[in-house]
Write a protein that binds this ligand. Sequence first.
Ligand code: S2G
Ligand code: ZN
Length: 440
Amino acid sequence: AYQGRAALVVRPATTEEVAAVVRLCHDAGVALVPQGGNTGLCGGSIPDSSGRQVVLSLTRMKRIREIDLANETITVEAGVILQQLQEAASQAGRLFPLSLGAEGSCTVGGNLATNAGGTAVLRYGNMRELTLGLEVVLPDGRVWHGLRGLRKDNTGYDLKHLFIGSEGTLGIITAAVLKLFPGPHSTGTAWVALPTPQAAVDLIGHVRSLCADRLTGFEMMSRQSLEFVLDHVAGCSDPLQGPHPWYALIELRDTVPDAPLDLLLESGLGHAFETGWVIDAVIASNQTQAAALWALREGISEAQNHEGPSLKHDISVPVSQIPAFIERTDSALQQAFPGVRIVSYGHMGDGNLHYNISKPLGHADAPFKAQEQAIMQVIYQMTSAFNGSISAEHGLGQAKPDAAAHFKDPLEIELMRAIKHTLDPTGLMNPGKVFATGLE
Ligand code: S2G
Ligand code: ZN
């Protein structure tokens, strides 16, 4: 989706090498574009077309430096692939909970730079909540050695939170101390059909009151989203009879081996049937069936690409407002752009919808793509009207700085610029990202 042309790509293997490259670029006035797994959806790791920017790839920094079981922490370098981190935690009998579709190729550095979310935020939080310490190469080449594994440290501003989510515009994250959690020994997974998004809101409230922290995932998707997957993802089939307007994938986890999570799901869903929140349901009877249900959910992102351009809108509103947002935005879009196909799905428990738009059936790509800005305006204006965010988890990159400048409070942009000018006065760290042109 984004093209660029780098003067060169540098692949340092240690923090000292990263610092040396940054110092050289700083002294030479050359802009740097940090890059991890390059799986971002907003072009945050792609250089501009000038051919003058240097891509600094963290992919050779792959060491897992330390696992401290008693402190429940793991210290990893930025180039470690998320799946490798998950496996290292599991081999140590622990869980590192961050999980998202790109986990086979995204890097921990990129997860930190974008404050990645994914499907377990409901229980464990974003990358921000999973991080205790950072090592960062600052724009002038100095190294901040902040790799502390402390859960309590009230000695002034919590500096790591400036760099988490800064998308490489304030410095280069080279390592982190991350939290580990007790590994789950029981999992319960259900796929349910719902009449409305409001039923999903009612259901998640009920399940959470019943299961508390054992509720680790609650993903919602529209029938349109499921139909794309059934049409384009091999090996996928509809778990229930007949089409239904909405679906939810519910996951429970417990550290107790053989915990009766299926019974908990059955009793929770029994009440949901009585109240009409649920039309139909299936509970996975083994891990294979559970994985097949997750494949339906994780397949949506890929499946959209088979239906022409997918105009992505990663928005969040208060959970209670999701039904009204969907109703009002769907009708506003159909009125202005009749026939557009709305692929509405996402992390219901976080109030985070991937509200993606595909072209009307039979229409050509180009005229639909030409409506991208107008469609985006309708969706972001409605998001704003619900006091939501125009980028819940994917960040701003080069795709959304203008929208952020338009929809965010000007005072927030001013404070962000003050921080940017303090840490990167020469503006060489990932220029053109996060800030709109002229606002850096
Ligand atoms: C997800 C992936 C991006 C998209 O699947 O949770 O974050 O909207 C999204 O296709
Ligand atoms: Zn997502």
